[in-house]
Design a protein around this ligand. Structure first.
Ligand SMILES: Nc1ncnc2c1ncn2[C@@H]1O[C@H](COP(=O)(O)OP(=O)(O)OP(=O)(O)O)[C@@H](O)[C@H]1O
Ligand SMILES: [Mg+2]
Length: 511
């Protein structure tokens, strides 16, 4: 905890800041202060204005009104470079890495030492990057191309990059969205080591349980307005959430977990891949949500990818309603009525340069062609509007480019895309990543409704409470194998974790 001595100005002050975009008042007269040595959490629903405020601080946008002060002195933020020079470093929600450059090149891009001629001196860069990683205790290879890294490791590169500047204020915009528990621990350790009497951290997250672990105070934004700032030690999650959403949330009862009555819609037998999966077999029934739990790297995403043909299967039979099917690509899967939402929305999920409504009908476009092959714009608009309302997608209109939506609202568009297509089977990998607590409840409700309509749903999530909250049955994976399939009523955090860390040579242990 930092107690600012009376009279000492805060490390950073924001006062009366407003910022509008066409059709959207993203920020309206917002204030905030960051004290020396503190971690200030910034929370709010998707589209509340968190990232916009941080982009103003990072010199990426210019405010319409308002002032910024650092240690009592007015701060002019003339572009990202300028903000950085004044000690403000940001880790973006959407990564800004160049996929075909190496880790070291990404970190020092724009400030490299040049070797002879126009070529970069990679050896020197790699050495500098290695020094940085040693100092931060990060196991990263400077020479590895970024495109080969997992999302979590890309995040580590972003963090290393931000810390490589001599930052006074470190802004982290949802740094843990793609991290597992162990990686979150590493991140929190980095934050603790970074904070000092001269520095401070602004920390954005939708994971409420993190706030108590890492933050000293919490500032809440709602609809672009400042709501309140709370001392973390003197408040609780419920208070914070009610300030964020400004309305009552539905209860959190778990499914009753009765055994599936419907027919198996999707059956998987003996699924194996060279890399990881060993003999995975399971059924998903009509009307059922099957949740996949397990540690990072256990093979949950691999199962989904192998089923829809995003990765090569080495053996295994997939059947839809009892008939064996051949699936070589996600497009094949979609034709067979299997929708797949990948965990990496930027790569496979949305077209950023297209409108909200176009993205929503993307998976079912052929349903929108008229008799002569004309696209039926009115119907696209109707469907677009329907899902914008259902999922509370925050956008001025369905014609808005997805690029201009907040991160969580982009994720809602990807979900809408699969809800709008009439699939028999939906496979959702980390569907609520980056989605605020209120919207999560709405998405749970929608998935429940879909199951109620007789669809078979597979949901992968790293958040165990979410799996327990939503799934009728829970498939647990460890080291590429299925170690258990539990009825919800029989599942607890403890026994799921137990199966997630256990390795069973016998194959599946049921119940
Ligand atoms: N470049 C832009 N053009 C138009 N509208 C924008 C732009 N950037 C942000 N907005 C809008 O401003 C509002 C605030 O967005 P912002 O990204 O700051 O939200 P956020 O609080 O970070 O949400 P999330 O939790 O989903 O990341 C949203 O309605 C968003 O659609
Ligand atoms: Mg954001």
């Amino acid at each position: 905890m930092s107690a600012e001595a009376s009279g000492t100005p805060p490390l950073l002050e924001v006062e009366g800041v407003s910022k509008g975009f066409p059709g959207v008042q993203a920020l309206d007269d917002v204030r905030l202060d960051l004290r020396h040595g503190e971690v200030l959490a910034l929370v709010g629903e998707n589209g509340a204005g968190k990232s916009t405020l941080m982009k103003l601080l990072a010199g990426i946008y210019t405010p319409d009104a308002g002032v910024f002060r650092m240690n009592g002195r007015d701060l002019l933020l003339d572009g990202p470079r300028h903000a950085q020079e004044q000690g403000i470093s940001i880790i973006h929600q959407e990564f800004n890495l160049m996929p075909d450059l190496t880790v070291a090149q990404n970190i020092f891009i724009g400030r490299e030492e040049r070797g002879a001629g126009i070529f970069l001196d990679d050896r020197a860069l790699n050495r500098r990057a290695q020094d940085l990683f040693d100092r931060l205790g990060l196991a990263l290879d400077p020479a590895e191309p970024v495109e080969r890294l997992t999302v979590a490791r890309q995040q580590m590169v972003e963090i290393a990059k931000a810390l490589s500047f001599d930052a006074k204020v470190l802004i982290m915009d949802e740094p843990t969205a793609a991290l597992n528990d162990a990686e979150v621990d590493v991140l929190f350790e980095l934050i603790r080591r970074f904070r000092s009497p001269e520095t401070g951290v602004i920390y954005i997250s939708h994971r409420m349980e993190e706030l108590a672990r890492i933050s000293d105070r919490i500032t809440v934004l709602r609809d672009g307005r400042y709501i309140d700032t709370l001392v973390t030690a003197e408040t609780d999650q419920r208070t914070v959430i009610s300030l964020m959403v400004g309305r009552q949330l539905a209860g959190d009862d778990r499914p009753t977990g009765s055994a599936p009555a419907g027919e198996p819609v999707l059956s998987v037998r003996g699924l194996s891949t060279k890399r990881l999966l060993r003999d995975v077999s399971f059924d998903v029934h009509a009307g059922e949500i099957l949740g996949f739990a397990g540690l990072m790297g256990a093979g949950r995403t691999e199962v989904a990818r192998a089923i829809v043909g995003a990765d090569r299967r080495d053996s295994g039979v997939i059947s839809v309603r009892g008939r064996e099917v051949q699936i070589q690509s996600p497009a094949d899967a979609a034709r067979l009525g299997i929708g797949y939402l990948s965990e990496d929305r930027k790569q496979l999920g949305v077209l950023l340069e297209r409108s909200v409504r176009e993205n929503i009908v993307l998976a079912s476009l052929k349903d929108y062609l008229g008799a002569l092959g004309f696209v039926r714009d009115r119907r696209i608009e109707t469907t677009g509007r329907e899902y914008v309302q259902k999922l509370r997608i925050k956008t001025p209109s369905t014609a808005q480019l997805v690029r201009n939506l907040s991160g969580g609202n982009q994720q809602k568009v990807v979900i809408a895309k699969w809800l709008a297509k009439d699939c028999d089977v939906l496979i959702f990998d980390e569907p609520t990543r980056g989605i605020d607590v209120g919207a999560k409840e709405e998405i749970y409700g929608l998935l429940r409704d879909l199951a109620g309509q007789g669809k078979a749903i597979v949901m992968i999530s790293s958040e165990l409470p979410e799996v327990l909250r939503l799934a009728d049955r829970i498939a647990v994976m460890a080291e590429g194998r299925l170690t258990a399939v539990l009825d919800n009523a029989a599942a607890t955090q403890e026994n799921v974790m137990d199966y997630a860390t256990r390795f069973s040579a016998e194959g599946t242990i049921t119940r």
